[in-house]
Write a protein that binds this ligand. Structure first.
Ligand SMILES: C[S@@+](CC[C@H](N)C(=O)[O-])C[C@H]1O[C@@H](n2cnc3c(N)ncnc32)[C@H](O)[C@@H]1O
Length: 457
C-alpha cells in the first residue's frame, strides 16, 4: 500500500469544500416539501416507547465573535430574549400536543448563540415547563453551551438547580493576540474560575471548544493552547477547524485573510494539537473530538456505538431528535425538519398554532443506507459495505476513493473501507464519496464554483 508522502502537502491537494456530515442528506438539500403539516403527521406516528432527544436553539449573544458561523444575533436588552423564550415554550406545547401520548426525554441540548443569555429564574421556569410535558428522569443528560464571559457563581448555581449536568464551554484559544483578532477576550483565569464553579455545583461533565486555523494561530501557539486546556481537565474537547465563510457570515470580514493560516499550516496545527492531547491521555474521537478514556464518548467509540448528529459526536442513540427554536433542525425516523429562521416568521407560525417548519427531507431507503455508511465512516473510520446491505452496490463510490487510496489515506479490502490514521483529517472526503446529492458546484476548490462548505482540513 503506498504510504502518504508528505501529509501536510496533501492538505493543500485535497483543499476541497465538503460537508461536515452532521446529517445525511445535508441541510442544503432540504426542501419546502416538508412543512408543518408533514411534521405534524410524522410526530403523530412516533412510538411513545422510544425516548426523545430535544434540541433548543437560543439565537442571541451579548457580543459577536468575528469567527462565529452560527445562527445568532447580538442583543443589548433582555426583553427580546424573554419574548423568544415565551414563544419557545409555546412551541413545546404545540409539539407535545401533536405527539401520541406522553414521551420520555433522555437528552436535552441547548445550543446557540449563547443559551446562557437566559437568566437563572428563566432556566428554572423552562425546565419546570419541560418536566410538565415530558418525563425527564434523573439519568437524562441536560447539556448547555456556555459563554463563560458572562457567568457568575450564582448563575452557575441556578443552572445546577434547574438540572443542567453538562456544560460545553466556548474557549477557542487562550492567546491574547488570537482573542483580540476574533473579538473574544476571555483570559485563562476566567475560564478556570467558571469551570471551578461548575464542578463545585455538581456539574461535572465539562466539554471545551477549541479551534485551529484562527487568525494569528501558529503550531506553537496551538500547542500552548492545548497545554492550558488540559490543566483544566475537561472530559471532552472539540477541536474545530475555523470555517471562514465571509460570503455567508459578513462579520467574518472583520478577520483579515492575510492573518489566517494556509492549508498546510492548518494541517500542522491540527496534528500538533492532536498529538499533544493524546500525550495527555485524551482519546481521539472521529474527526475533531477528544475525550478522557473514562468519558462515555470514549467508551461508546470503543464499543462501536457512537453516533453523529447536529451537535457533533454523541452517545445519544435516540432515533428522534426534536428541534425547537428558530432555525432548529430535527431528525425523526421519517426524515429531517428545519424550523423557520427569521424570528418573525417562526413566532407568527407558533402564535397561529402552526408548527414552524420551513423545510426538510423525507428519507428514501437509499438515503437511509447512505446515511448509515456515512455515519459509520465519520464515527468509526471504517465501514463494511456488505454489513450495511450494500454488497457490490457502491462500485462507482468506491472508485471515487481511489485517489485517497493512492495517497495512503484510505484502504479498500473487498467490501471493507478503512480510513487510515493519516487519513483521519480527510474523513469528510471519504464520506463525500457516498453522498448522492453532492452537486457539481459543491466540493470544488474555492475560486471555482460556489463553495458552500468549509475546508475539509
Ligand atoms: C454555537 S457556538 C456556542 C459558543 C458559546 N455561545 C460561547 O460563546 O462560548 C459553539 C462552537 O462552535 C464553534 N464555532 C463557531 N463558529 C465556528 C466557525 N466559523 N468555524 C468552526 N467552528 C466554529 C466554536 O468552537 C463555538 O464554541
Amino acid at each position: 500500500m503506498p504510504k502518504s508522502r508528505n501529509e501536510a502537502k496533501l492538505a493543500t491537494k485535497y483543499d476541497l469544500r465538503v460537508p461536515r456530515y452532521t446529517s445525511y442528506p445535508t441541510a442544503p438539500h432540504f426542501t419546502e416539501a416538508v412543512d408543518g403539516g408533514v411534521y405534524r403527521g410524522w410526530l403523530g406516528d412516533l412510538d411513545a416507547d422510544n425516548p426523545l432527544s430535544l434540541y433548543f436553539h437560543i439565537p442571541f449573544c451579548d457580543e459577536m465573535c468575528w469567527f462565529c458561523g452560527c445562527y445568532t444575533k447580538v442583543v443589548k436588552r433582555y426583553q427580546p430574549v424573554a419574548d423568544y423564550l415565551d414563544t419557545l415554550l409555546a412551541e413545546v406545547d404545540l409539539v407535545a400536543d401533536a405527539l401520541p401520548g406522553r414521551f420520555r426525554a433522555s437528552h436535552l441540548h441547548w445550543g446557540g448563540g449563547s443559551p446562557t443569555m437566559l437568566t437563572g429564574p428563566d432556566w428554572l421556569r423552562t425546565l419546570e415547563k419541560l418536566r410538565s410535558r415530558f418525563d425527564i428522569g434523573a439519568d437524562a443528560e441536560i447539556a448547555v453551551e456556555m459563554d463563560p464571559r458572562t457567568a457568575t457563581e450564582d448563575y452557575v448555581g441556578a443552572l445546577a438547580r434547574a438540572g443542567v449536568n453538562r456544560a460545553s464551554i466556548g474557549v477557542q484559544d487562550f492567546h491574547p493576540e488570537v482573542q483580540a483578532a476574533i473579538n473574544r477576550i476571555q483570559p485563562f483565569d476566567m475560564t478556570e474560575r467558571v469551570i471551578g464553579w461548575l464542578r463545585s455545583n455538581g456539574i461535572e461533565h465539562i466539554n471545551m471548544d477549541l479551534m485551529y486555523g484562527l487568525p494569528h494561530q501558529t503550531t506553537e501557539r496551538v500547542t500552548d493552547m492545548v497545554d492550558l486546556a488540559v490543566k483544566l481537565s475537561p472530559n471532552r474537547i472539540a477541536l474545530f477547524g475555523y470555517a471562514h465563510v465571509p460570503w455567508m457570515k459578513s462579520h467574518q470580514k472583520m478577520i483579515h485573510e492575510d492573518t489566517l493560516p494556509g492549508g498546510e499550516d492548518r494541517w500542522n496545527q491540527f496534528e500538533a494539537a492532536s498529538k499533544r492531547l493524546e500525550e495527555n491521555g485524551y482519546v481521539k474521537v472521529g474527526l475533531d473530538h477528544f475525550a478522557r478514556p473514562d468519558d462515555d464518548l470514549a467508551v461508546a467509540l470503543k464499543e462501536g456505538h457512537m453516533h453523529r448528529n447536529f451537535q457533533g459526536y454523541t452517545t445519544d442513540a435516540s432515533s428522534v431528535l426534536l428541534g425547537f427554536g428558530a432555525s432548529a433542525i430535527g431528525h425523526l425516523p421519517q426524515g429531517y425538519t428545519q424550523n423557520l429562521s427569521p424570528l418573525k416568521g417562526w413566532r407568527t407560525a407558533i402564535e397561529n398554532g402552526v408548527l414552524p417548519t420551513a423545510r426538510g427531507v423525507a428519507l428514501s431507503e437509499d438515503d437511509r443506507r447512505r446515511a448509515a455508511i456515512i455515519e459509520r465512516l465519520m464515527c468509526d473510520l471504517r465501514v463494511d459495505l456488505g454489513e450495511m446491505g450494500g454488497a457490490g452496490a457502491y462500485r462507482a463510490e468506491v472508485e471515487k476513493l481511489m485517489p485517497l487510496v493512492e495517497d495512503g489515506l484510505v484502504t479498500v479490502d473487498g467490501e471493507r473501507i478503512t480510513i487510515t490514521e493519516a487519513g483521519r483529517p480527510f474523513i469528510r472526503l471519504a464520506a463525500a464519496a457516498f453522498d448522492a446529492y453532492l452537486g457539481e458546484g459543491e466540493g470544488r476548490k474555492e475560486g471555482g464554483q460556489p463553495a458552500r462548505h468549509s475546508r475539509a482540513v
